[in-house]
Write a protein that binds this ligand. Structure first.
Ligand SMILES: NC(=O)c1ccc[n+]([C@@H]2O[C@H](COP(=O)([O-])OP(=O)(O)OC[C@H]3O[C@@H](n4cnc5c(N)ncnc54)[C@H](OP(=O)(O)O)[C@@H]3O)[C@@H](O)[C@H]2O)c1
Length: 253
């Protein structure tokens, strides 16, 4: 199996990259800062390649995907092509940050929306010829929430990511290509802790990173269309969406 993870240098993406490496896959790990993997043992294995790539750069993504798909790996018996593309690259900003610095909005859209399209488009090119493969994007449960007081642009971008996955799923189904959108609640990654002053334990239904990786891997194996977790967060979001607007506005940031 040949797997590419864009956004694989830390957090959920790194966990998924390690998971597929443990399964015997040839894995390409991509991110803007490959040096983050300097101390990570599995990243030095001959079945793993590490690439500096900004997903917002359409040409660079297309080059990288085509190169990986066409590159036979001498050290592994997995042939050529691309079987699985996972996009976990994501940028976060909250509504207040946009008010302070309006340039902070652009990276969120360029990465979470534009970058996702760059990656899916390039991978679809590689997969359609062989009429097999799977595209996966990690969105967020914030994208299912109608009115998210603390992260409006982020949640809008993740809503767009979910919709982009739905559109690609329809388009690529005739070519035997599955599209899975992962819609997680809070996952206890270093990035989430950083956004919460070093401790994310107060977040509702916080899921350990490894458990999230296992859930995502199971959904990928099942070629599920959508993987939403944890169920408690999903239930809360669905309930919240049913509330009248004046009650939604009372929700604390
Ligand atoms: N943790 C949560 O609670 C949670 C909940 C819901 C959804 N999510 C989503 O899950 C994904 C992973 O989150 P995480 O918590 O694991 O955070 P993370 O560790 O910051 O992972 C983000 C990854 O994306 C890469 N990245 C960011 N911008 C990029 C760009 N322009 N081009 C290429 N790679 C880029 C980062 O690597 P470089 O620094 O090397 O570029 C990193 O490897 C994100 O999309 C996030 O929105 C997270």
């Amino acid at each position: 199996m040949r797997v590419m993870v864009i956004g694989g240098t830390s957090g959920i993406g790194l966990g998924l990259a390690r998971h597929y490496w443990e399964q015997g896959a040839r894995v390409a790990v991509c991110g803007r800062h490959p040096e983050k993997l300097d101390g990570v043992a599995f990243a030095r294995d001959s079945r793993v390649s590490v690439h500096a790539c900004d997903i917002a750069d359409r040409a660079a993504v297309a080059r990288l995907v085509a190169q990986f798909a066409g590159d036979a790996c001498d050290a592994c018996d997995v042939g050529e092509g691309l079987d699985l593309l996972i996009v976990t690259a994501g940028q976060y900003t909250d509504a207040a940050a946009i008010a302070r610095d309006r340039s902070s909005a652009l990276p969120v859209l360029r990465v979470n929306v534009g970058g996702l399209e760059h990656a899916f488009s390039a991978a679809a090119d590689a997969m359609m010829a062989r009429e097999q493969g799977q595209l996966v994007a990690v969105a967020s449960i914030a994208g299912l929430q109608d009115d998210y007081p603390n992260g409006s642009l982020y949640s809008a971008s993740k809503r767009a990511a979910i919709a982009i996955c739905d559109a690609y799923r329809k388009a690529l189904a005739p070519f035997g290509i599955a599209v899975t959108v992962v819609v997680p609640g809070y996952v206890d990654t270093a990035r989430l802790r950083e956004l919460n002053h070093g401790d994310a334990s107060g977040k509702p239904y916080l899921m350990p990173e490894q458990e999230a990786v296992q859930r995502i891997a199971a959904a990928i194996a099942g070629r599920d269309a959508r993987c939403v977790f944890p169920w408690q967060m999903h239930a809360l979001v669905r309930l919240f969406n049913l509330l009248p607007a004046f009650l939604k506005r009372m929700r604390k940031k």
